[in-house]
Design a protein around this ligand. Structure first.
Ligand SMILES: [Zn+2]
Length: 256
């Protein structure tokens, strides 16, 4: 799919701070990414007059796939896509994919990027000039290391950072403000972080989501994509970029 035909993406707030996304395809069809609860998705479908034909799961955590069983009951023949390593924990998707696998549904095309670290079967869905990153890459942050070592997560994030700079980034949670507070503490002289923080505060005050970002924007403002920057390397004085990432992730875990 060319960037000029980028599909419409509707942000569906779920639970406390989760985001599901409806990606609008052709002929009134849509796919949903990470439906943590069915009701919010159903409301969004009804409001837009859309028919759900597919589900893309980024990983097995309940706050991303909790709504899948109910959606399956309500939508005949619903296709559910997940990485094979997380498949058993998602109650058996109809399609278990691996890295680089492509799928076509609702007139849309996506590629599975296996990005383990948060979970071993974490996958980012790339399509239509957008990437849905679940809990791997957040705006100005990254997910916790639940199932993989820092080196694994770092490699996954590097892979996302190498996507086309204009790629729009849709992540699994609205954590942007707290992430930017940490980013500002780590890189006080980073003007892009300061500017994004002021913008994000205004957006949240107005009740708007901060998604999407872009890969280019994340490279400027996300410390976890900036571990090779001298400002961060000097802070942790670690020998390798991966070590800097590990220290940075550990620092975020205890940051208040
Ligand atoms: Zn998660």
């Amino acid at each position: 799919m060319s960037p000029t035909s980028a599909p419409r993406v509707l942000v569906v707030p779920c639970l406390q701070d989760n985001y599901a996304y409806l990606v609008v395809g052709s002929e009134g069809r849509a796919v949903v990414v990470d439906p943590s609860e069915a009701a919010a998705v159903e409301r969004a479908l009804a409001a837009e007059g859309l028919r759900l034909t597919g589900v893309l799961c980024t990983h097995h955590h309940w706050d991303h796939v909790g709504g899948v069983p109910e959606l399956r009951e309500r939508h005949d023949g619903l296709a559910v896509f997940a990485h094979r390593a997380d498949a058993a924990r998602i109650g058996g998707p109809t399609d278990a994919l691996d890295d680089g696998d492509r799928l076509a549904i609702a007139g849309l095309e996506f590629e599975a990027l296996h990005v383990p670290g948060h979970t071993l079967g974490a996958v980012a869905w790339l399509g239509g000039g957008a990437v849905f990153t679940g809990d791997t890459l957040f705006l100005a942050g990254c997910g916790r290391l639940f199932e993989g070592p820092a080196s694994m997560m770092h490699a996954s994030l590097e892979r996302l950072a190498d996507l086309t700079p204009e790629t729009r980034v849709y992540c699994g949670h609205e954590y942007t403000l707290s992430n930017l507070r940490f980013a500002a503490a780590m890189e006080p002289a980073n003007e892009a972080v300061a500017a994004k923080r002021a913008w994000a505060e205004a957006e949240r005050d107005a009740g708007r989501p901060t998604v999407p970002s872009t890969i280019a924007e994340e490279r400027r403002t996300n410390p976890f994509l900036r571990c090779a920057e001298p400002s961060l390397r000097a802070r942790f004085s670690e020998p390798t970029v991966t070590d800097v990432f590990a220290e940075l992730r550990a620092a975020k875990d205890v940051f208040r």
